[in-house]
Write a protein that binds this ligand. Structure first.
Ligand code: UP5
Ligand code: MG
Length: 195
């Protein structure tokens, strides 16, 4: 595929802000392909014969950003195989969360149309993640890992959001409301921009 063949919306926000939940609704109503970078990494971690399994496992538990080569390659492959099946509209969820990834992806794969940014107080995210942790089975849904994820988000990922803001490519959604209320804002943002 080439840059003009596909369109990508980045979906960013802190851990537990509701990115995955809202992406699922957009898939249902607009036919996007949802690519969660975290899900792709967890899949790769569990893939038999993966040379990155242990590395991914360690990074996720520590709330650190996996080296971009791995994540960018997983996203590129996922876009490619979906494109071969005729799919062209993508929600890239939880990526880019470090400056180098943002630049590599937009230069080498495709520039994003815009970023949907979920703004959420840490206290709310913490409650959601601890609640989800009771059943999620995720190795990073525990208080130690969650604190590390929050720190990485502020120190490493927010600068990416700020860069896109300077380019006027961020639509901010306040996510401290019910799933349906948040989705109304999300729909408005997406409809305004994709017609
Ligand atoms: N919930 C959602 N919305 C709600 C609402 N409005 N009201 C009440 N409850 C709401 O939601 C979280 C929980 O909250 C759920 O239980 C939901 O029902 C409830 P969810 O939609 O899952 O939130 P999301 O923002 O997707 O949270 P997630 O935990 O997936 O975010 P992270 O960004 O932390 O996780 P991700 O999977 O993207 O990344 C995990 C790790 O992978 C990273 O920490 C990092 O180590 C690694 N990673 C990389 O290294 N590189 C990457 O590029 C990406 C990830
Ligand atoms: Mg998620």
């Amino acid at each position: 595929f080439s840059k003009n063949d596909v369109s990508v919306i980045f979906v960013l926000g802190g851990p537990g802000a509701g990115k995955g939940t809202q992406c699922a609704r957009l898939v249902r109503d607009y036919g996007f392909v949802h690519l969660s970078a975290g899900d792709l990494l967890r899949e790769e971690q569990n893939r038999e014969g993966s040379q990155y399994g242990q590395l991914i496992k360690d990074y996720i538990k520590e709330g650190l950003i996996v080296p971009q080569e791995i994540t960018v390659a997983l996203l590129k492959n996922a876009i490619e195989s979906n494109f071969e099946n005729g799919r062209t509209k993508f929600l890239v969820d939880g990526f880019p969360r470090k400056m180098d990834q943002a630049i590599t992806f937009e230069e080498q794969i495709v520039p994003s149309k815009f970023t949907l940014f979920f703004d959420c107080p840490e206290k709310v995210m913490l409650e959601r993640l601890l609640e989800r942790g009771k059943t999620s089975g995720r190795s990073d849904d525990n208080i130690e890992s969650i604190k590390k994820r929050f720190r990485t988000f502020i120190e490493t990922s927010m600068p990416v959001v700020e860069m896109f803001e300077k380019q006027n490519k961020v639509v901010k959604v306040s996510c401290n409301q019910t799933v349906e209320e948040v989705y109304q804002q999300v729909k408005n943002a997406v409809q305004d921009r994709i017609g």
